[in-house]
Design a protein around this ligand. Structure first.
Ligand code: NOJ
Length: 734
C-alpha cells in the first residue's frame, strides 16, 4: 500500500470510507435501472461518493470534481465513468461486428480512440470491455461482446484493455477499463436478459471464463460483477467468484464494482434483505456499489453489530483509493479535465478509422452472379427502413453518439458512386406498427418513427421505385434497440413487418441485394432463397454508410468473418461450433434412421457457421501439411497451408486453426479454435500460412478443474471457417 493512501486512510472516518464505495448516477443518460441518485452534490460534499457515472462534459466533470476536492472534508477526488462501449463520440461498429474483423490491432485502435475522446470529455473510467461469451442470439446483449468463442474472445478482451489503458494509466488520455460482467451473464436461460444461469464448473472454466481472465491478465483495473447468479449465488454476493477465483486464482488486484443496483436486486433473487445482502456483498469481495446505496445506508450498522469488520471496509476502500492513485488523481484531480480538448472528438482521423472499421466488419454471406460489387452505372433503388436511416446507425450502447453525425447507407452510396449512378429511394416498411414496442425501442431517443401509411401503400411505393431500377439494394433488419440490454427476442428473423416487402421485391425479377443491419445472428433461410446477394452490415457506427458503400462498390473487398453461428431456426439455439459430440451423432449418411441426435424438421447444422464470410476474390487452399505426425512433450508441430488469391482483386483471408482431441478423460468439443492468421493477397499472389502448435493448444480443464493435456491422438484442422477445414491426425506422447 502506498504511503499516501496509508496516511489518508488513517485520517478517514468509517463513514468516509464507506462513502468511497458509493458510485452515483445523476440519471441523465446512463440509467439502466429504475433508481437514480438523489442530491449528488450534497452527498459529494459529505464525502459520501467515491465515483460518478453519467456526465461526459469536461466542464461539468471539473465542476463536480471541485465539489469533492474543495468542499468535502478530506478532498478525495472522484473517478468519473461511463458506458463507453464501441467508441465515445466517434462511434465504431458494435462489438460483435468489430470482432468479425478478427483484427486485434484494429480493435485495440478502436479502444485507443475511444479513450482519447472519453478523456477529452473528462472521463477516466469506462465500463468496457464486455467479454461475456454468448451462444444464444435471442439474448440482445450478444451485440456487446465478441461472440461465442473463448479463444477469440480472450484476444479481443486483451486488445480492448490495452487500447483503453495503454501502458500508463495516469496519462491524461488513457482510461481505466472495467471488464464485465463477471460472470456467465451471456448464458441467461432462454436468452431472456437478466435471467438465471446454471452451468457446471467444467463448462465455465473451459468456455466462459477465459475472456475475463485474459482481460485481467492484460491489466484491467476494474471488474464489474454480473446481474445473474452463479452456482446459486447472485454474482454481487458471490465469494467464490470474486475472492477465490478472481483475486485468488487469477491474482486480480484492482477493484470490483457491482452492476446497476444489483445488490438491491439480491432480494428478488431470494437471498434476504438489503442489510444482510450488502454485508454479504462486501465480504464476498464487492468494493463499489453502483447506484444502489446499499453500502451507504447499511454498512455502518453492520459494522456496529459485527456483520462486517473494519478490515472488510478498509480493504474495499483501499482498492478504490489505489485505483484513483493509479489514475494519477491524487497528483492532479483535474488531470482529465481540460476543456480545450473538447475539439479532439470526431476528428477526421477518427472518422476515417471508423469508416475503415465499418467496412471491415461487414460479412458477405452470399454473392450469386457475382452481383457484388455493384457497377457504378445505371439506376440503383435503395429501399428499406434502414436505407436512408441515420438514427439507428450507431447501434446499441452509444450514449454519447449524435446520430445526426452518422452517414446513412444511401448517403454513403451516393458519396461513393459519383455522378454516373442514379439513385431512387423508398422506405418500403416500418420497423413495427406497435406503438408500445416503439416506445421501448425509443428509450434512448427516437429511433423508430411509425409511418402511418398502410403496409401495402408503402410496398407499392417501393415497387414503383424498384421497377425503374437496374438493381435493388434493400437495407433491412433490426432497429438499434432491438438488440442490447433488455432487448431479447424469441423471433430472431428480420422483423415481421419487413418480410412482405422483401417478398415483393424478390418477385420483381430485379437483381436483389439485401444489406442487413442487426445486433445479433438472425435466421435468414427464406431471405437467402430470395436475394442474389446478402451483406451483413451490423450497426456500423458514425461512418456506417460510407463503410458499407465501400464494400458494395468494391473499394473494400469484404473480409469479415462471423464470430457467432447463424442458425437456420430459432429452435436450434443455442447453436455453436464448439459443441460436444453426442453418443448418437448424426452424420447425414442415412436420412431415414431414427435413433440419432437430430430434429425431424430442420437439419442440425447452421445456415452460416462460425468463421464464415465470403469475399470478392476466391481464395484457393493447397493441401494441409504437417511437419510431423508423431510428437513428444515440448516439441512443436508446424501446420502449414498455401493460400492463393485466385481472383482479380486484392483481398484478405482469415486462415483458421482448430484442434480436436478425440480421446480424453472428459468429453471435449468437436473442435476448438486455437489460432488464426490474416493474410493480405494481391490477385494471383500465393502465401504459405503456418501455425506453430505446442502442448499449450492441447490443454483443457480436466475433471479436477486442472488445466492439462493428455497424450494421444489430436486432429489438426486448418481452413476458411469452422465448417470448411482440412484435417490431419497426429500422435502426441508425454
Ligand atoms: C447495466 C449494464 O448491465 C452494464 O453493462 C452497464 O455498464 C451498467 N448498467 C451501467 O450503465
Amino acid at each position: 500500500m502506498s504511503k499516501q493512501i496509508n496516511s489518508l486512510m488513517m485520517r478517514m472516518t468509517p463513514e468516509e470510507k464507506i462513502g468511497q464505495l458509493n458510485l452515483v448516477n445523476p440519471g441523465i443518460f446512463a440509467n439502466t435501472g429504475a433508481v437514480v441518485t438523489q442530491d449528488i452534490d450534497g452527498k459529494i460534499r459529505k464525502g459520501q461518493v467515491g465515483g460518478l457515472f453519467g456526465y461526459y462534459d469536461a466542464a461539468l466533470v471539473g465542476k463536480t470534481q471541485r465539489l469533492a476536492v474543495e468542499e468535502s472534508r478530506l478532498g478525495i477526488p472522484l473517478i468519473f465513468g461511463l458506458d463507453v462501449i464501441h467508441g465515445h463520440k466517434t462511434i465504431f461498429p458494435i462489438p460483435l461486428a468489430l470482432s468479425c474483423t478478427w483484427d486485434m490491432p484494429l480493435i485495440e485502435k478502436s479502444a485507443r480512440i475511444a479513450a482519447m475522446e472519453a478523456t477529452a470529455d473528462g472521463l477516466n473510467w469506462v465500463f468496457s470491455p464486455m467479454v461475456d461469451i454468448a451462444r444464444d442470439p435471442r439474448w440482445g446483449r450478444i451485440a456487446e461482446g465478441a461472440g461465442e468463442d473463448p479463444y477469440l474472445g480472450s484476444k479481443v478482451a486483451a486488445a480492448m484493455v490495452r487500447g483503453y489503458q495503454g501502458d500508463d494509466l495516469s496519462r491524461p488520455d488513457t482510461v481505466m477499463a472495467c471488464v464485465k460482467h463477471l460472470a456467465l451473464y451471456g448464458d441467461a436461460e432462454g436468452g431472456r436478459d437478466y435471467n438465471t444461469t446454471d452451468m457446471s464448473r467444467l463448462k465455465m472454466h473451459e468456455y466462459y471464463l477465459p475472456p475475463y481472465k485474459a482481460a485481467v491478465e492484460a491489466g484491467a483495473g476494474s471488474v464489474m460483477s454480473s446481474f445473474n447468479e452463479v452456482d446459486g449465488v447472485p454474482a454481487a454476493g458471490n465469494k467464490w467468484l470474486m475472492k477465490d477465483l478472481l483475486r485468488g486464482l487469477w491474482g486480480f488486484n484492482g477493484f470490483v464494482v457491482t452492476d446497476y443496483t444489483s445488490i438491491n436486486e439480491m432480494t428478488c433473487h431470494g437471498t434476504g434483505g438489503l442489510k444482510e445482502n450488502s454485508a454479504r456483498a462486501l465480504k464476498a469481495g464487492t468494493d463499489m456499489d453502483m447506484v444502489g446505496e446499499c453500502f451507504l445506508t447499511t454498512l455502518l450498522e453492520s459494522l456496529e453489530d459485527g456483520s462486517v469488520s473494519m478490515d472488510d471496509i478498509d480493504a474495499a476502500c483501499r482498492r478504490i483509493l489505489e485505483a484513483k492513485e493509479r489514475l494519477g488523481l491524487f497528483d492532479d484531480p483535474y488531470r482529465y479535465v481540460d476543456e480545450k480538448r473538447a475539439g479532439e472528438v470526431l476528428s477526421e482521423d477518427s472518422r476515417a478509422a471508423a469508416r475503415d472499421m465499418a467496412a471491415r466488419s461487414c460479412v458477405l454471406l452470399k454473392n450469386d452472379g457475382p452481383l457484388l460489387p455493384l457497377k457504378k452505372e445505371g439506376t440503383i433503388a435503395v429501399i428499406g427502413p434502414l436505407a436512408d436511416d441515420k438514427r439507428n446507425m450507431p447501434g446499441t450502447w452509444s450514449i454519447a453518439s449524435d446520430w445526426t453525425q452518422c452517414v446513412s447507407v444511401l448517403e454513403g452510396m451516393k458519396n461513393a458512386a459519383g455522378a454516373g449512378v442514379k439513385f431512387l429511394h423508398a422506405a418500403g416498411a416500418n420497423f413495427t406498427r406497435d406503438p408500445v414496442l416503439a416506445e421501448r425501442l425509443n428509450f434512448s431517443g427516437e429511433r423508430v418513427l411509425i409511418d402511418p401509411r398502410s403496409q401495402q401503400e408503402m410496398i407499392d411505393e417501393a415497387l414503383k421505385v424498384a421497377r425503374k431500377a437496374d438493381v435493388v439494394v434493400a437495407v433491412v433488419g433490426e432497429a438499434q434497440e432491438m438488440s442490447g440490454e433488455a432487448a431479447s427476442r424469441v423471433d430472431i428473423g428480420i422483423p415481421q413487418e419487413q418480410l412482405p416487402l422483401i417478398d415483393a421485391l424478390s418477385k420483381t425479377g430485379k437483381p436483389l441485394v439485401l444489406v442487413i443491419a442487426t445486433g445479433r445472428p438472425l435466421t435468414l433461410v427464406r431471405e437467402c432463397e430470395q436475394a442474389q446477394a446478402m451483406l451483413l452490415m451490423w450497426f456500423g457506427g458514425t461512418e456506417a454508410g460510407n463503410g458499407v458503400a465501400d464494400v458494395l462498390f468494391g473499394h473494400h473487398n469484404p473480409s469479415g468473418r462471423l464470430t457467432a453461428t447463424f442458425p437456420r431456426h430459432v429452435g436450434q439455439v443455442p447453436l455453436y461450433y464448439n459443441h460436444k459430440n453426442t453418443g448418437r451423432p448424426y452424420d447425414g449418411a442415412k436420412p431415414a434412421e431414427k435413433f440419432k441426435s437430430r430434429y425431424l424438421d430442420v437439419e442440425n447444422g447452421p445456415l452460416f457457421p462460425f468463421g464464415f464470410g465470403l469475399g470478392y476474390a476466391p481464395f484457393e487452399y493447397g493441401p494441409l501439411r504437417l511437419d510431423k505426425t508423431e510428437l513428444q512433450g515440448a516439441e512443436t508441430l508446424t501446420a502449414a497451408i498455401a493460400v492463393k488469391n485466385a481472383g482479380d482483386c486484392a483481398g484478405e483471408e482469415t486462415v483458421q486453426l482448430y484442434v480436436s482431441d478425440p480421446v480424453a478423460s472428459v468429453t471435449r468439443s468437436v473442435k476448438d479454435l486455437k489460432g488464426f492468421e490474416k493474410v493480405f493477397l494481391q490477385p494471383g499472389e500465393e502465401k504459405d500460412v503456418s501455425f506453430a502448435v505446442t502442448t499449450e493448444q492441447l490443454m483443457f480443464f480436466n475433471g479436477d478443474l486442472q488445466r492439462v493435456w493428455e497424450p494421444g491422438e489430436f486432429v489438426i484442422h486448418v481452413g476458411r471457417n469452422s465448417g470448411d477445414v482440412q484435417s490431419a491426425s497426429v500422435q502426441w506422447k508425454k
